[in-house]
Design a binder for this molecule. Structure first.
Ligand code: GLN
Length: 540
C-alpha cells in the first residue's frame, strides 16, 4: 500500500519576463513527474481576466476552450494537465477573477458580510485561498498555476493570496516555482540572466521568494551561469533548472527529469516518493522522434492563424499518429481560402481532411466544399462538431437533392434546416455556459466504422454546441445512404454519422479531442490516421 502524505503540499507556478513561456506545459510536466513517482496530484489554474469563464471569448483572444466531463468551459492549460497526467479536471480546477468576484458579490448580496466593508484584502484573497484549499483536499500535491506574468496589475490579488498561503498551512508545505526567460543574445554571443533577475526581484517585492527557477532557454545553462542566477536570485544552485526548448512538447517531463527537477521538488517538500517510472512516456517520445512514415492532414477551420485555437485537436492528431507510429504533418487550411482559391489546389496532397468545430457562418461554404471534395475523391474525412453539421448539409445538398439545405445558425430562413437548434436551446437567452456542455453517453451501432474504432457500444464523449441534426430529415437522409452510427441512448440525438460506401468518412457532434491522450490515442483519431496512411500508401 502506498503511504499517504499527511498533508496536501502546494506548488505554485508563476511566470515572469514575457508570456507564452509554457507555464501550463511546465505545470503539466511537473504533475507528470510527480505522478510517475507514485504521488497523487491535481491542478488549479487561476486566470486573471474578468470573464467568469473563457466560454464567451473569441478563440483569437484566448485559444481553445477546453471542456471537462462536468461541462465546465475552461482554459486550454487544463487540456495539458489532462493529457500529461491521469488527473481529471472539473469546475473546481479553474477560477478566473470574474468567478472569484462573482462568488464574493453573491455572498455580499446574501448578507454574509453584513456590517463589513468588502475589500480585495481580505475578502477576495480569502475566496482565492478557499478555492486553492478545496482543490487540494485529499491529494498529495496540488499544482496551482497563476495565469499572466508577474508585474501585471490584474494578477496581484492571486499573488497576494499565494503569498499569504504558507501562513495558513505552513511554509514547509508550499513551494514556489517561477518560470523565466534566459535569452541568448546574438550580438554578445551570450545567455543573459538580467531579465530573470528582474523578474525574481518583482516577485520578492510582493513578498514571494521563489524556491525553484525554471529558466526557459534555447541551450543548456552552464554550471557557472546557474551559480550566478542562484546568487542574484537568492535560490540554491540545484534549484536553477534549464527549461530548454524541445522539438516535441512531450519531451518536457524528460528534460525536467534530466535536470533533477523531480528530485529537487521531492527533497524540498519532503515528499514520500517512489523511484521514477518513465518507460511509457519515453516510448511515446521515441515514436514521435523516430516515426516509420508521415501523413499530411488538412485541418480546415477558420481560426487557423492562431494554432492554440485548435490545441486539443492538433494534439489528438499527433496521438493518432503515435497510435500508428507515424508523424502527422498538419496543413492548416483557412476555410475562407478554399472559397477564394478553390478546393483542389489547396487540398491536393493531403492524405486526410479534418473539418474542425466553430461558430458563425464565416468560411462555412469553404468547409462544405472541402467535405464534398473528400467525399467524391474518397479521401478519409473526419468532421468534428461544426464539421459534422457541415457534412450533413453537404450530404443533404448534393446527395439528397435539398439544394438549399443549411443550418439555422447560418441561414435562419433556410427551407431545409437539416441542422437546427436543440429543443432545450430555444428558450435560452444568456450566452455564458448555456450550450449543451460536458460528457453525455452515446450508443454506437455495431457493424459501423465507429464501432470498428471504439469496439464498444457505450461510449461517453464531451459536447459544446447549440445546434444538432434535425430529426425531421432522418428518414430522407438515411434512405439516401447516410449512416447514423451513434445516437444518444434515448435515440433522439444524432451523435455520429458516416458513409458506408467511402473508405473512411465519419463525423461526430461531440469533441473526441478532449479525451485523447498520448498514451491512449482516441480510437477515432487513431482510425482516421490509419485510413489516411492507407490512402497515402495506395497512392492517394
Ligand atoms: N456552432 C455550432 C453549434 O453551436 C457548432 C459548435 C462547435 O463546433 N463546437 O452547434
Amino acid at each position: 500500500m502506498k503511504k499517504k502524505q499527511t498533508k496536501t503540499k502546494y506548488i505554485f507556478v508563476t511566470g515572469g519576463v514575457v508570456s507564452s513561456l509554457g507555464k501550463g506545459l511546465s505545470a503539466a510536466a511537473i504533475g507528470n513527474l510527480l505522478e510517475s513517482r507514485g504521488l497523487s496530484i491535481t491542478f488549479l489554474k487561476l486566470d486573471p481576466y474578468i470573464n467568469v469563464d473563457p466560454g464567451t471569448m473569441n478563440p483569437y483572444q484566448h485559444g481553445e476552450v477546453f471542456v471537462t466531463d462536468d461541462g465546465t468551459e475552461t482554459d486550454l492549460d487544463l487540456g495539458h494537465y489532462e493529457r500529461y497526467t491521469s488527473a481529471r479536471m472539473s469546475k473546481k480546477n479553474n477560477y478566473t477573477t470574474g468567478k472569484i468576484y462573482n462568488n464574493v458579490i453573491t455572498k455580499e448580496r446574501r448578507g454574509d458580510y453584513l456590517g463589513g466593508t468588502v475589500q480585495v484584502v481580505p475578502h477576495i484573497t480569502d475566496e482565492i485561498k478557499r478555492c486553492i484549499k478545496a482543490v487540494g483536499n485529499g491529494i498529495d500535491v496540488a499544482i496551482v498555476e497563476i495565469g499572466g506574468t508577474v508585474g501585471d496589475i490584474e494578477s496581484l490579488p492571486f499573488l497576494e493570496a499565494i503569498r499569504q498561503f504558507p501562513f495558513d498551512i505552513g511554509r514547509e508545505n508550499v513551494l514556489y516555482i517561477h518560470l523565466t526567460l534566459v535569452p541568448f543574445i546574438k550580438a554578445a554571443e551570450e545567455l543573459k540572466t538580467k531579465p530573470t533577475q528582474h523578474s525574481v526581484n518583482k516577485m520578492r517585492e510582493i513578498g514571494i521568494q521563489p524556491d525553484i527557477l525554471l529558466c526557459r532557454t534555447d541551450r543548456f545553462i552552464s554550471a557557472d551561469l546557474k551559480r550566478k542566477i542562484a546568487l542574484f536570485c537568492n535560490v540554491e544552485q540545484e534549484a536553477v533548472i534549464t527549461a530548454k526548448d524541445v522539438d516535441s512538447i512531450y519531451e518536457v517531463p524528460l528534460v525536467f527529469h534530466q535536470e533533477k527537477l523531480d528530485e529537487t521538488i521531492i527533497k524540498k517538500l519532503k515528499l514520500k516518493a517512489k523511484a521514477p517510472q518513465f518507460k511509457s512516456w519515453e516510448k511515446i517520445v521515441q515514436v514521435i522522434k523516430h516515426p516509420q512514415d508521415e501523413v499530411q492532414i488538412a485541418l480546415v477551420g477558420k481560426y487557423v492563424d492562431l494554432k492554440d485555437s485548435y490545441k486539443s485537436l492538433c494534439e489528438s492528431l499527433i496521438h493518432g499518429g503515435i497510435g500508428n507510429k507515424v508523424r502527422v504533418v498538419i496543413d492548416w487550411v483557412n476555410s475562407e481560402r478554399l472559397e477564394e482559391e478553390g478546393v483542389e489546389p489547396v487540398l491536393k496532397g493531403s492524405h486526410g481532411v479534418l473539418v474542425a468545430s466553430g461558430f458563425g457562418n464565416r468560411g462555412i461554404e469553404g468547409k462544405i466544399s472541402a467535405i464534398e471534395y473528400a467525399r467524391e475523391r474518397e479521401i478519409p474525412f473526419f468532421g468534428i462538431c461544426l464539421g459534422m453539421q457541415c457534412a450533413v448539409i453537404e450530404f443533404a445538398r448534393h446527395i439528397a437533392g435539398l439544394s438549399k439545405a443549411n443550418s439555422s445558425e447560418f441561414e435562419p430562413k433556410s427551407p431545409d434546416p437539416v441542422i437546427d437548434l436543440l429543443p432545450d436551446q430555444r428558450r435560452v437567452q444568456e450566452k455564458g455556459a448555456t450550450m449543451r456542455l460536458g460528457a453525455y453517453p452515446c450508443r454506437v451501432e455495431k457493424g459501423t466504422k465507429a464501432y470498428e474504432a471504439y469496439q464498444q457500444t457505450e461510449v461517453s464523449e464531451r459536447h459544446r454546441h447549440r445546434y444538432e441534426f434535425n430529426n425531421r430529415y432522418r428518414e430522407l437522409l438515411t434512405k439516401q445512404g447516410l449512416v447514423l452510427s451513434g445516437l444518444s441512448p434515448d435515440g433522439k440525438l444524432v451523435e455520429i454519422i458516416e458513409l458506408a460506401d467511402h473508405p473512411w468518412f465519419l463525423a461526430v457532434q461531440f469533441h473526441p479531442e478532449f479525451k485523447s491522450r498520448p498514451q491512449e490515442p482516441h480510437p477515432l483519431f487513431r482510425e482516421f490516421i490509419k485510413a489516411s496512411l492507407k490512402h497515402k500508401r495506395a497512392g492517394g
